[in-house]
Design a binder for this molecule. Structure first.
Ligand code: PLP
Length: 389
């Protein structure tokens, strides 16, 4: 068997590997607390589940248009108007199975040998993996702890050259919980005027999960880049729907037909009944989202306080998403060593910072999308294991 060369360049998302290892340890009878996977621990709100079941009973069993059902695309446009204060054309919205397809399509659309794509590091691992798979050069945008894991916009602009095709911005961010401040986006967008050949992919999948004084500023609020901005969002995180597989992409007018063609060549469409559930999520009551955000916020404050009390750990306060990303260099262990030690000896699943890029060395990701009780028990175990190590 000879695989295509590109297969050797394909990375992975370690959170899924950790999940498999955690499940295997559980199957051996070990008690594992999983703070590794980025999935909310709440049930999908009942009105959404009911809408999905009803849709199946009502006969939503078939292919939908590749871009998605018109009423679902209209619901996305209403949601964008409400939460981002921007009018968009539902014809430029494509409903896809999860957040990932929009990322996959955008990177495959622009990446090829001889081109460059800028992406956040540490960042969601699929960016780097897909960029390399496409043949493009993956150019990291450094996210540093001292800046609350945001970037220096001037530094980003300085990395752009004539080979740069795509720039990926993720705010609020995985794995750091960082939120890019408006001032940084202002400078970035102003500078992009000099680089009209660069398209922007804004991964805003955590847009509703921001806390305290932090504000999510969408790149959609900059009309000057609207004709070269792709927005990725979805239902997974906001509505606790990771297993339903539903997301949306907003594409510039010139790109939507290309995105549709990629969809036709890969998924055909998102599942019909799931789309109907997605419309209910956007149009129905939002109380469940508010409750989840309140719970995440409470856990966020507590997990950071507890992490900072562990010798060798120091953790900046994340402003969004549901991740804490402590600096663990004081333990004397590498990210990977600590990840494995905690999984094997404390029964606590976390993800090594290096799973999110080379610049994640020295950090460990804790997802606080788990009950406060679990979080406190997990951190107690971490303290215990480190004390004897
Ligand atoms: N983008 C970011 C930044 C993420 O963290 C994730 C999931 O963890 C995704 C996209 C993909 O979302 P989905 O599970 O809906 O494909």
């Amino acid at each position: 068997m000879t695989l295509a060369q590109r297969m050797s360049r394909l990375g992975t998302e370690s959170a899924f590997e950790i999940l498999a290892r955690a499940k295997a340890l559980e199957a051996e009878g070990k008690d594992i607390i999983n703070l590794g996977i980025g999935a909310p621990d709440f049930h999908t709100p009942a009105n959404i589940v009911e809408a999905g079941c009803k849709a199946l009973k009502d006969g939503y069993h078939f292919y939908t248009p590749a871009k998605g059902l018109p009423e679902v695309r209209a619901a996305v446009a209403e949601d964008v108007r409400f939460f981002r204060g921007v009018e968009i054309d539902p014809e430029c919205v494509q409903i896809v199975p999860g957040g990932k397809p929009t990322m996959f399509f955008a990177i495959m659309m622009f990446g090829e040998t001889g081109t460059e794509i800028l992406y956040p590091n540490p960042g969601f691992p699929i960016y780097e993996s897909m960029i390399e798979f496409s043949g493009a050069k993956a150019v990291p945008i450094e996210l540093v702890e001292e800046r609350g894991f945001s970037f220096d916009p001037e530094e980003v602009l300085a990395k752009i050259n004539e080979r740069t095709r795509l720039l990926i911005v993720n705010t609020p961010a995985n794995p750091t919980g960082g939120v890019v401040p408006k001032e940084a986006l202002d400078v970035l967008v102003a500078g992009l005027a000099e680089h009209p050949h660069v398209t922007v992919l804004a991964d805003e999948i955590y847009s509703r999960l921001v806390y305290g004084d932090a504000e999510h500023v969408s790149l959609l609020s900059y009309p000057e880049i609207r004709d070269r901005l792709i927005v990725l969002d979805g239902w997974s995180k906001t509505f606790s729907m990771t297993g339903w597989r539903l997301g949306w992409g907003l594409w510039p007018e010139d790109l939507i037909a290309h995105a549709e063609r990629l969809q036709i060549n890969s998924n055909s469409c998102a599942a019909a009944a799931v789309q109907i559930a997605g419309a209910e999520a956007l149009r129905g009551p939002q109380d469940a989202v508010a409750e989840m955000v309140t719970a995440f916020d409470k856990r966020r404050l507590r997990i950071v306080e507890e992490l900072n009390a562990i010798p060798g750990f120091s953790c900046v306060m994340p402003a969004g998403a549901f991740y804490a990303f402590p600096n663990i260099t004081g333990t004397g262990l590498s990210s990977r060593e600590l990840q494995d030690l905690l999984l094997n000896e404390a029964g606590v699943a976390t993800v090594a910072g290096t799973a999110f890029g080379a610049l994640g060395e020295g950090y460990l990701r804790f997802s606080y999308a788990s009950s406060l009780e679990n979080i406190l028990e997990a951190l107690e175990r971490v303290r215990g294991v480190l004390a004897v190590h």
